[in-house]
Write a protein that binds this ligand. Structure first.
Ligand SMILES: *[C@@H]1O[C@H](CO)[C@@H](O)[C@H](O)[C@H]1NC(C)=O
Ligand SMILES: *[C@@H]1O[C@H](CO)[C@@H](O)[C@H](O)[C@H]1NC(C)=O
Length: 503
């Protein structure tokens, strides 16, 4: 229990700087754009309430990163991958005998160290191993190694046993035994999960790995007094885990997105749609799935694990999604900041509205066709003039992919749909907001109104904020959940001095 409390406390304070990318833009004629899968182009049509496009999008964007999977701990995705040759893994124990059966290994020694020398007599043994060939792995997203009762273990348990089991160490012993037995049929070497940090359930420590060292270390009990032992160890595990908080995440595992299976796939698991209806993502569970859907998911997973290598389109989905997040995450955040800023007088209202309109224009720049302009004076009920901007924005990133469809796996088609649905909604809201600014006469280039009404602009700010909040709640990107300002170095220094005082 204490472990979990600490984990939540500290993870909230970790902040990673954002990597910036530039997406390339090819100029297309809007008339040539395919829009068959995107429904209508009305700026007022929001996503279907049962759509999971945004959930699949954010799932892919969060894989193997600790912060988003700490926030949303009930994982829904199962993804095959490899751990490359030469990767080090660690196992802390009180025994000097190297395990010969399925066993837990950590990616960071700070994590393994928690499991060594828990009594004064016991030794603190740290085994370090290196992979001698690529290990075939299966990753469960979410906090899939956290011994929690409310859904973090659902995906594994349903696949294995058809129902969730408890979250104690005893059940986890059974889980590793059964999951390795199941994985053996598909030559899976290991399963990757996450709790405070990432861990690897290695099914056969005598195959594909070599022991590099077996060290009898200074025991945690010798180093730290009993009363702060857990805090020191837990802090350092979380500190190490925080290196994987955000992109690039846990880089020692390489996933194959062409094999992603997720319970957010509404074609694969339609029975979960009514169960999720009206729930926050935090509460989503896989429990309650119909037996037909569960067996279809198992079949899909078996298909993925037995498929010959290289049967996919070759599209880099992770990068595509990153490009989209980079283009919008910080800008949407900054628009929200402008719209939430207090105003003391009409000039403030106008100034902030002008800046907002400029930022909206900046976001849409690659799509602002010269031909897209309203009538003068504008008819505010007439939005069709902006449709080409919306369409270009919404289809640019995926336009070329229709021709790749015959080479795509079912997982890739799901991700493509998720990217389409998500960009469509971002572009719909941003275009709609920009159009409202144009109609209000505050666009710096499409100046349709020489005289603007401050009351009207104040209302516009409210309407903008409502639209934007709606979009950002729907997207719910973990990038936006961070300490502001971030923890400074003094926090770490403070923790270190606490450790010394307790000695
Ligand atoms: C969403 O799914 C639920 C459950 O299947 C269904 O009852 C509801 O009608 C769906 N919503 C819409 C708008 O179709
Ligand atoms: C806002 O923009 C309008 C139109 O471009 C301009 O006339 C006005 O001076 C600006 N107001 C402020 C306070 O920046």
């Amino acid at each position: 229990m204490l472990r979990f409390t600490f984990w939540c406390l500290f993870t909230v304070c970790v902040f990673a700087t954002q990597v910036s990318f530039h997406s390339s833009h090819v100029e297309w004629q809007p008339a040539a754009l395919g829009d068959n899968d995107l429904g209508d182009w009305s700026l007022d049509t929001s996503p279907h309430p049962n759509s999971t496009d945004h959930l699949v999008f954010e799932t892919v964007h969060s894989l193997l990163q600790r912060w988003p999977n700490t926030r949303m701990r009930n994982g829904h995705a199962i993804v095959p991958g490899i751990i490359p040759k030469g990767t080090l893994l660690y196992h802390g124990t009180s025994s000097n005998v190297f395990p010969t059966m399925h066993e837990w290994f950590a990616t960071d020694p700070e994590h393994s160290y928690m499991f060594c020398g828990f009594s004064v007599e016991a030794e603190c043994r740290l085994f370090t191993i290196a992979t001698t060939r690529p290990l075939k792995v299966v990753y469960f997203d979410g906090s899939s190694a956290a011994k929690l009762q409310d859904g973090a273990l659902d995906t594994q348990d349903l696949l294995l046993w058809g129902e969730p089991r408890g979250g104690t160490a005893k059940e986890d012993m059974q889980r590793i035994e059964d999951i390795c037995k199941w994985g053996g049929k598909y030559k899976v070497d290991a399963f990757v999960r996450m709790q405070m940090d990432f861990e690897v359930m290695l099914c056969d420590p005598t195959s594909g790995v070599r022991v590099i060292s077996s060290s009898n270390l200074v025991s945690p009990l010798t180093q730290w007094p009993q009363k702060i032992l857990l805090q020191v160890s837990a802090f350092e595990v979380m500190n190490a885990a925080a290196w994987h908080n955000r992109l690039p995440g846990e880089t020692r595992v390489h996933l194959n997105l062409a094999g992603l299976v997720t319970f957010y796939d509404t074609q694969l698991a339609p029975s979960l749609v009514p169960i999720r209806a009206g729930q926050e993502r935090w509460d989503h569970r896989v429990q309650g799935i119909s037996s037909e859907d569960l067996s279809a998911t198992r079949t899909r997973l078996e298909e993925v694990l037995t498929r010959p290598e290289g049967l996919s389109s070759g599209i880099d989905w992770a990068s595509l999604i990153q490009v989209i997040v980079d283009r919008y995450a910080q800008r949407l955040d900054s628009v929200q900041y402008l719209l939430s800023a207090p105003t003391a007088n009409p000039d403030d209202v106008l100034d902030l509205a002008n800046k907002t309109q400029t930022e909206l224009r900046v976001m849409l720049t690659p799509y602002l066709l010269l031909s897209a302009a309203p009538t003068h004076p504008p008819d505010e009920t007439e939005l069709d003039w902006a449709t080409p901007v919306f369409r270009l924005c919404a289809t640019t990133h995926t336009y070329s992919m229709d021709s790749e469809l015959p080479f795509m796996t079912a997982s890739e088609k799901l991700v493509l749909q998720a990217v389409r649905g998500t960009t469509r909604e971002i572009c719909r809201v941003v275009t709609k907001m920009w159009v409202a600014g144009v109609h209000a006469g505050i666009d710096p280039l499409l100046n349709t109104n020489d005289h603007f009404d401050v009351i009207k602009v104040a209302h516009l700010r409210n309407a903008w904020l409502e639209d934007l909040n709606h979009l950002m709640t729907w997207l719910d990107w973990s990038e936006w959940v961070k300490c502001n300002p971030a923890c400074d170095r003094e926090v770490h220094r403070g923790v270190l001095s606490l450790f010394r005082q307790a000695n």
